[in-house]
Ligand binder design. Structure first.
Ligand code: AGP
Length: 608
């Protein structure tokens, strides 16, 4: 959702900014731009539409010297992707240059006021109002001027701004959109997230909402919005740079699918002892845990699907009612949350604006809210009452794969934890759960081994214009997730349904051009799913089924079958999602698409 980066120091800003943007491109790739300022120079700005490679072309052969700069990769909200709408945006005098991530909600009124004052707008963006507003309020002191305008801005922002009046200063501020500061020897960085600067430093400061930072090569100051200077809390990041490289795979998405056995093992590591779950980050007291009678889960997209699987697991194992809500709905529906309820926010990035708003909404009710989060130090993880980290490592592919599997594992761990603390699961059941969890890395490995077979069977989608995914009970949400993955990266329309619902309408869609992908692995409802497949077969639909190894029956009623290792239905979502990830991946490859950067999307959705 737009990526911003900034640098002040002795290195070439052009190189640092470009390299940072290349790591942030997954956040948006509609256009990109940089502004650079030298000690005795004017601000120089370069922009291009489309992916970052186009900016490289623009910069080729251009001598851009300087020691301070800002860069931006855009995911369009206001104004189409075009050069004029690309960031950075500069003041008319070219004294100020600014990059922004977020949405300024009152931009229309601000724009009108500025136009009345004689300001001319060159773009259709909400961002341009910030730079003109800054110009209109400029006192000659950049920090002071930024403080003057921030209270006027409604909505969300992370900004980086430079001024030719103060060429030794980079100013940053955030409210609602993430921003991190990187610390090097006699140099500073800003970035929307850590990977952008990891090549240069792993020492960072996560800015809080309302923070304003002034960065010089050898000095850093941070204030809150009331201008109280804050002490800086440095964090050392453990992720290595290798995580941000493709490691021989054609796409990050494929690399990340292949990392899943390790991710499962990593997420389990240190969290299982004997038949108990250890969640050190859980800050709820014994009494609070005992009092929980209802759980709410709030998330978006793939994380929402993980929440649906979590509901199925917890309700089956613990008989505690779980309500799952899409985060963008949750905050506006005046949710009924009792003080004794537990609210769980699930998010890979920990920055999704809707999920963050859900957390804040939940906290108003006085209930405890915990996060299941992948990115350490992210806003949700900092604001929640506790966080279970998923340890999937850096996920770069816009389509979430390994983070989803890690979320599922965290939900099993949480089930085990609550089951023990609330005396719901006896020793025998906990032993059983732990045994199965430990088997999962190896079983997922077995699915990775049949990648070539899955790739071949993906051909069933070659002439598809649309597709249906079905699953039941534990696997309903896996059908939704399979459909979302396919839509996201192959642009083949796909719908996920509960198997039994197909006959109530969606079956009308089945045709040569709309194949069925059925999750028909062994389960309590296996026979029912088989009947649902038969219903489609009777209407000459093409069928690709996921079935359990050794199941001969399914091959008689399906065109293609992908055979998967046998596991208890409770854990089957972890196995079944993997072939669906491969199907989406190869469907996209077969259509010649850029898997890591699907059109219209961004990795981290930090606007509402
Ligand atoms: C997943 O493939 C998507 N790109 C998207 O649905 C994502 O899961 C959603 O935006 C939520 O993101 P989060 O987990 O970072 O909160």
């Amino acid at each position: 959702m737009c990526g911003i980066v900034g640098y002040i120091g002795e290195k070439s800003p052009k190189e640092v900014l470009y390299s940072g943007l290349s790591k942030l491109e997954y956040r948006g790739y509609d256009s990109a731009g940089i502004s650079i300022l030298g000690k005795e120079q004017e601000i120089q700005t370069y922009k291009s539409v489309g992916k970052l490679a186009n900016l490289r072309e623009v910069l080729k052969g251009v001598e851009v010297s300087g020691h301070i700069g800002i860069g931006h990769t855009r995911w369009a909200t206001h104004g189409v992707p075009s050069t004029k709408n690309s960031h950075p945006h500069n003041s008319k005098s070219n004294k100020l240059s600014l990059v922004h991530n977020g949405i300024i909600e009152n931009y229309a009124e601000l724009r009108e006021e500025l136009v009345n004052k004689g300001y001319e707008f060159l773009s259709d963006t909400d961002t341009e109002v910030i730079v003109h507003l800054l110009d209109a309020n400029f006192t000659g002191n950049l920090v002071e001027s930024v403080f003057k305008i921030l209270p006027i801005l409604e909505g969300a922002y992370a900004i980086g701004v430079i001024s030719s009046d103060e060429p030794d200063l980079l100013v940053a501020a955030r409210k609602g959109s993430p921003l991190v500061i990187g610390l090097g020897e006699n140099e500073k960085y800003i970035a929307s997230d850590v990977p952008a600067i990891l090549e240069y430093t792993n020492r960072v400061i996560f800015l809080e909402d309302g923070d304003v930072a002034s960065l010089k090569q050898d000095e850093i100051k941070i204030w809150d919005l009331e201008k109280n200077e804050k002490s800086t809390e440095e964090t050392e990041i453990e992720w290595d740079l290798e995580a941000a490289e493709k490691g021989g795979y054609e796409y990050f998405t494929l690399k990340e699918i292949h990392e899943q056995p390790r991710v499962i093992a990593e997420t389990l590591k240190g969290k299982i002892k004997g038949n108990s779950a250890i969640i050190e980050e859980m800050t709820l007291t014994k009494e609070e845990l005992e009092n929980i009678t209802k759980i709410h889960m709030v998330a978006c997209g793939t994380s929402y699907h993980a929440a649906l699987v979590g509901k199925a697991i917890i309700e089956q194992e613990l008989r505690i009612p779980v309500e799952v809500e899409v985060a963008s709905e949750f905050r506006y529906k005046n949710p009924i949350i009792n003080k004794t309820d537990l609210v769980i926010l699930i998010s890979q990035s920990g920055e999704t604006a809707d999920t963050l708003a859900g957390l804040r909404e939940a906290k108003k009710s006085g209930a405890k809210a915990i996060g299941i989060i992948n990115v350490m130090g992210s806003t949700i993880s900092r604001e929640a009452d506790g966080t279970i980290y998923t340890n999937a490592g850096l996920e770069i592919g816009v389509a979430s794969t390994k983070a989803f599997i890690a979320q599922l594992i965290a939900l099993y761990i949480l089930t085990l934890y609550l089951g023990e603390k609330k005396n719901i699961l006896d020793d025998k059941r906990r032993n059983y759960i732990v045994e199965n969890l430990k088997k999962l890395p190896n079983m997922v490995e077995k699915v990775l081994d049949i990648e070539e077979d899955i790739k071949l069977k993906t051909r069933v989608l070659d002439s598809a214009r649309s597709s249906m995914f079905i699953g039941r009970n534990m696997n309903t949400a896996i059908a939704y997730e399979g459909a979302l993955k396919l839509k996201e990266i192959s642009y083949i329309h796909a719908e996920g349904y509960q198997s039994g619902e197909l006959k109530h309408g969606p079956i009308a869609m089945i045709s040569e051009e709309c194949p069925l992908i059925a999750i028909a692995t062994k389960s309590d409802t296996y026979e029912k799913v088989k009947s649902n497949i038969e219903e489609v077969r009777a209407r000459s639909g093409k069928i690709l089924a996921l079935a359990t190894l050794g199941d001969e029956e399914i091959s008689k009623i399906s065109d293609e079958v992908i055979y998967l290792p046998e596991i208890d239905e409770l854990f089957s979502p972890v196995i079944n999602v993997v072939p669906l990830q491969f199907i989406a991946y190869y469907a996209a490859i077969n259509r010649g698409l850029d898997v890591d950067k699907p059109r219209n999307l961004a990795k981290s959705v930090t606007v509402e």
